[in-house]
Ligand binder design. Sequence first.
Ligand code: ATP
Ligand code: MG
Length: 369
Amino acid sequence: TREGDVYDRIVQSGEPIIIADVTQSNSWQQVEWLPVNKSWIGVPLFSKNRVMGMLSLTRIEADAFNQDEILLVSTFAMQAAVALENARLYDEITRFSELLERMVAQRTEELNDAYRTLEKLDKNKTAFISVAAHELRTPITVMKGYLGMLRGNPNIQIDEMLTQAVDGVLKGTDRLHMIVNSMLDVARIDSQVMKPHFELTEILNVVKFVQSEYKKDLVERNITLEIEGVKELPHIMADPQLLQKALDNVVVNAIKFTPDGGTVTIFGHEITDDRMGPCVELQVRDTGIGIDPANHKIIFEKLYQIGKVELHSSGRTKFKGGGPGLGLAISAGIIKTHQGKIWVESSGQDEEKLPGCTFFIRIPLPKKQ
Ligand SMILES: Nc1ncnc2c1ncn2[C@@H]1O[C@H](COP(=O)(O)OP(=O)(O)OP(=O)(O)O)[C@@H](O)[C@H]1O
Ligand SMILES: [Mg+2]
């Protein structure tokens, strides 16, 4: 270069270099098309203690820079270096944020893809449940018809063994029928064709109906069912049949997961919900095995059971008896159509300490005009 080795010297020393007359310096190479300026001053530009460049000034006359000017150039070079460094950092940050944006966009796209795949798989599952349930329903209806005939036949009624056998098959068929109906309910909820018929509903009637369903099972399992505060509740706008189904699935679980001798409580009161305003709240408490907090959300998904499913039986209320894992999905779907919410609280699952759990159902009260 024109300056010869001065740049290298500045980089190495980090100090300004002043040349009084470049024409006297033998390493200086004058470029033809540039004016011959004799005085030359070069100051280093620092970035974090490293020289990243040089600022040079020239004057026509020899030895034309005084001390003040040298100081001024050095100060200017310092500020210029800071400005350059800032510009470089800004550039870096801009490039980094562009990179981040691109990465986020890519990840979002991947997540959307995964979500769409899962959604499709879930639709397949629902379609399968629906087809299977419809196919099963017809033969079950036929079986129930013939079994009813057999049950009423005098030849069978006089034979105790045969009567017992027919009753056993009938009971199993009823359970099958119930499962098939649950499958249809879940398919209806998933494809959003469940349409509630709202009417002014007294919750006590719904609770009493559910209670009456399990009188026999409660005696058999020596479980006490207590009802508290429900009588005082105001009427709500609800579909009584659907509400009964929603509550039934919660209560039958409470019985199923509580050992013999325990207590199930249905408690009701009015409460103001942060989001929904004035509501009625039903709590179903049990003294059973409880539910691990990790599972509190997922149990409301269809086909989900915790733990082993070897205990499947024909009874609905047998202790820890298995089921297809549809009950709570149906309850959640029904409560959703009522603009309400459902959740569970429990400190954990423990078959010895029996922490129990409490299911909460909140349904908004009709708005007063
Ligand atoms: N009161 C409860 N105490 C302990 N565990 C419970 C309770 N209620 C539900 N669970 C857990 O949540 C799971 C899902 O319940 P859900 O009612 O949806 O299905 P299920 O009872 O297994 O089958 P289904 O209701 O279709 O017959 C249950 O298998 C059980 O593990
Ligand atoms: Mg259940």
